[in-house]
Design a protein around this ligand. Structure first.
Ligand code: AMP
Length: 121
């Protein structure tokens, strides 16, 4: 799927939409979700134009992948959620329920998040 340069996170990266930044490095940025699904809800995005995890991990440079991964650890430390626990979620495509077509990982924490998924097989 071609990258949509008008997607919400592309606008955040451009600075045309506001964000509440948690932290940032050369290759990635973490900011608070505007519609939090848990008491702590942060979104991490690579700065490059990647729609999906598959695309990111297939074609991004080692430096981008390392920068993005390092950001996950940094956010967990900054939010002080390592001992209480947290959930990382990355929705992909139609079946994954992805709303914003720029690869991202959600960091959810701050309460017991309950079961991983409600079974509906
Ligand atoms: P997903 O369904 O995984 O694509 O999730 C997209 C997430 O982006 C949702 O949790 C939204 O609440 C969040 N979101 C949408 N617009 C903004 C925004 N302007 N700033 C921060 N988070 C946003």
């Amino acid at each position: 799927m071609a990258y949509d340069r008008n997607n919400t996170f592309a606008k955040i990266l451009l600075g045309t939409l506001p964000k509440r930044t948690v932290c940032e490095n050369e290759h990635a940025i973490a900011f608070y979700d505007v519609n939090p699904k848990s008491p702590i809800h942060v979104v991490l995005i690579p700065k490059g134009a990647y729609t999906s995890a598959h695309e990111f991990y297939s074609i991004a440079s080692k430096e981008e992948i390392l920068g993005f991964s390092a950001m996950i650890a940094k956010v967990i430390s900054l939010l002080d959620i390592e001992s209480s626990g947290y959930r990382l979620i990355s929705n992909q495509g139609l079946n994954g329920g992805q709303e914003v077509p720029h690869f991202h990982v959600h960091v959810l924490a701050g309460k017991d998040l309950g079961p991983f998924l409600v079974s509906s097989t």
